[in-house]
Every structure is written in structure tokens, then in C-alpha cells.
Design a protein around this ligand. Sequence first.
Ligand SMILES: Nc1ncnc2c1ncn2[C@@H]1O[C@H](COP(=O)(O)OP(=O)(O)OP(=O)(O)O)[C@@H](O)[C@H]1O
Ligand SMILES: [Mg+2]
Length: 260
Amino acid sequence: MTILKLAGISHHYFSKNGYTKALEDISFSLERGEFISILGPSGCGKSTILSIIARLLQHTSGDIFIHEVPIKESKEEIGYMLQQDYLFPWKTVLQNVLLGPKIQKREDEAIEDRANVLLQEVGLSNVKNQYPTELSGGMRQRAALVRTLMNNPEIFLLDEPFSSLDFQTKLKLEDLVATILNQYEKTTILVTHDIGEAIAMSDRIIMMEANPGRIVKIYDVPTELRAESPIVARKHDAFQPIFDTIWQELEKKEKSGEGI
Ligand SMILES: Nc1ncnc2c1ncn2[C@@H]1O[C@H](COP(=O)(O)OP(=O)(O)OP(=O)(O)O)[C@@H](O)[C@H]1O
Ligand SMILES: [Mg+2]
């Protein structure tokens, strides 16, 4: 079943001094439970795509459908996780996680149970009554993940959520996020600059170029890698060949002045 479909999306940012053509003719779709990554140079419009899907921006032209319903008419919840966790420092981890349901007046025992189960799954039970400033970067991102999961969105958008973490924490968190999103059958788009991360986590990889932001190629990640968790996939024999292919394509772009 197609969960999300973008058909010929273009976007212009207008300002006093003119306009920037951020996206041109972006088309792709996602099936239920699929995980895709978007790779491309800075400024090619990756975050713009996510903001449009999250309904934070109105695109200039083209169509987007969620469950075959135009995005404007769709009530579908979209989960959005960014590089910065935006946890409230004056609230504990548990209070941060329960804030969404509280604002929506959905807070009850079942919701609190769900929060506790999710916090347990990401290994934060023992710090749930602590404040974000007392946690490491990886722990904070895990809390942000639980907060996003609380609304139970079917579509998950991740904009470089691991990029501010040290390498080891990042690998562990990639594994955890992939496992949890897979377990709950979420349909996910990850924006990243990290080729290895894109390969290890995704079913497909969309490569973009800039000025204006366009899709250059869509790569299918080999089936044997998709079946593995990111840490195992990185060590698999099939990992290096696709890494080299994507690396060479990006190098070609860099030589032609469109570098990442
Ligand atoms: N609010 C805005 N107003 C005007 N132009 C913008 C705005 N936001 C982004 N742009 C421009 O649109 C283009 C795409 O930006 P976007 O942030 O989507 O790129 P990106 O691929 O996410 O880049 P990065 O990898 O650096 O995060 C860039 O040329 C950027 O300068
Ligand atoms: Mg961005």
C-alpha cells in the first residue's frame, strides 16, 4: 500500500531580493514500512522536502498524497525528528514525553503506560525523572524519539538526527531507531550526509543535486543488507560495493562543482 506519494513537487522561496528555486520536479513514493534516505549536497532541498511533508511549508506546485488523499485534506499525523532535540529543559524526561498527550488532553493511565514501555525499550527507564541537561546527547535523542512515537504517527521524518553525536553513540542509536521503527512498521524518510548511515538503515536511497534541488538517482539497497540491522549491515560483504558506487557518483558531482 502506498503511504506517501510526491508527484512533481517544486518549491520556490520568495524574498525581497527575488526567489530561490529550492526544488524542481521531485517525485517518489513510499510503501508501508519502507525506509528511504535522502543524500545530497548542502542546499539541495532535503530539509525543504521534509518541511513540506510535515505541512510546515506549502509547496509551490505538484501534488502530495498521504494514503491517496491530498495532503491538505489528510489528517494523518506526521512524526518529525531533528538534529536538535527540542526537549524542554525545565521538564523531566517523562514530562517531556507526556507533553504532547497532555496538550491534546489525552493523558490517561494507558498513555502513561505506553510512555513507560517506550522509555524502557530505548533504555531510559532509569533516567525518566531526570532533566534533559543531566543526559548525554544520545540519551536526549532517545527521549526525543519516544516523544515522537507517543503520537503514534505512521510516517516518520528524520532530519540528520544523529549528526551531532559521537561515532559510537551514533552507530548504537542508528540500530535502536531502525529496530524500533521496523518493529512498529513505520514508514520513514531519513535525511543524512552520511553514505554509510543511508546504506545501513534504508531500503532505497534518493540522491539529489543542488541548484535547483533535483533527484539524480534512486538506489535500491541490496536485499541482504536490508534484512540486517545497521551495525551488522555495515560489516556485510554487500556493503562496500554500493558504498563505492554512491561515493563515486558524489565525487563526480563534486568535480563538476556541485560538491556535497
Ligand atoms: N526560509 C528560507 N528562505 C529562503 N531560502 C531558503 C529558506 N530555507 C531554505 N532556503 C534555500 O533553499 C535551498 C534548500 O534549502 P534546504 O535547507 O532545504 O537544503 P538542505 O539540503 O536541507 O541543506 P543542508 O544539507 O545544509 O541542511 C537552499 O538554497 C536554501 O538557501
Ligand atoms: Mg537540511
